[in-house]
Write a protein that binds this ligand. Structure first.
Ligand SMILES: [Zn+2]
Length: 75
């Protein structure tokens, strides 16, 4: 029974591409969308930033998170 509302990952064919959203420190939505494969062995990801599409950028989970926090932290 096919009941998937997400796109199948075209790289590994087993995972789904799920959308991720992020929010700034004040709860404002970040204009940044990412679709990431649910298969941890695959790691395929698509990001849309400022109208440009980034495919399969390396994910630096910890570093990326702290960097986005710094960008949105009030000085
Ligand atoms: Zn995949």
């Amino acid at each position: 029974m096919e009941n998937s509302s997400f796109a199948k990952c075209q790289k590994c064919g087993t995972g789904d591409l799920v959308p991720l959203s992020d929010f700034g420190g004040q709860g404002a939505a970040i204009h940044y969308k990412a679709w990431v494969c649910t298969n941890p062995d695959c790691g395929y990801n698509i990001k849309i930033r400022n109208g440009e599409v980034y495919i399969n950028e390396p994910i630096l989970s910890g570093a990326l998170h702290s960097r986005s926090h710094r960008e949105f932290a009030p000085k």
